[in-house]
Design a protein around this ligand. Structure first.
Ligand SMILES: [Fe+2]
Length: 160
């Protein structure tokens, strides 16, 4: 073992699979962050003020989270993906369309939040199997945040 070998009690194979799940979560979160910020700028109509503020709440929360996710990947001994090309390869979330109606923007972001929830939930078993409590806790926090974002967007559309 060299002086720089990582030794935190998690085996390398487990760390790699946990980091892979986190990398996908990072890419999804970054893509939805970027779309939500764009819709904050471009939303139009009688509900402008409340949607402009709701979108800001959500992109601000996601902006803070992406740093925590990336730094967890680094703590696991992997390099964090960076750049639009790397993120595009890891996420199925598409760019937003500034021409959309306010209601269509909200509906799209609601589905995007559900996509992130699914990605975070899919990453959980590897972290739990590895006994990686830190990542498990981070994923739990991300599930809490994205389920709440999805609820607020769904309620904005009149849904339960
Ligand atoms: Fe702004």
């Amino acid at each position: 073992m060299t002086t720089t070998t990582l030794n935190t009690g998690l085996d390398a194979t487990a760390r790699d699979s946990v980091a892979a799940g986190l990398s996908k979560l990072l890419a999804d979160t970054y893509a939805v962050y970027l779309k939500t910020h764009g819709y904050h700028w471009n939303v139009r109509g009688p509900n402008f003020s409340s949607l402009h503020a709701l979108f800001m709440d959500q992109y601000t929360e996601m902006w803070a989270a992406i740093d925590s996710i990336a730094e967890r990947i680094r703590s696991l001994g992997q390099l964090a993906p960076q750049g639009y090309g790397a993120f595009a390869n890891l996420t199925a979330v598409k760019d937003g369309d500034p021409e959309k109606s306010a209601e269509d923007m909200v509906a799209e972001l609601m589905r995007d939040q559900e996509t992130i929830v699914a990605t975070a939930r899919a990453a959980l078993p590897a972290a739990q199997a590895a006994g990686d409590e830190v990542t498990t806790s981070l994923l739990s926090d991300r599930l809490t945040a994205h389920e709440k974002h999805a609820w607020m967007l769904r309620a904005t559309l009149g849904g339960k």
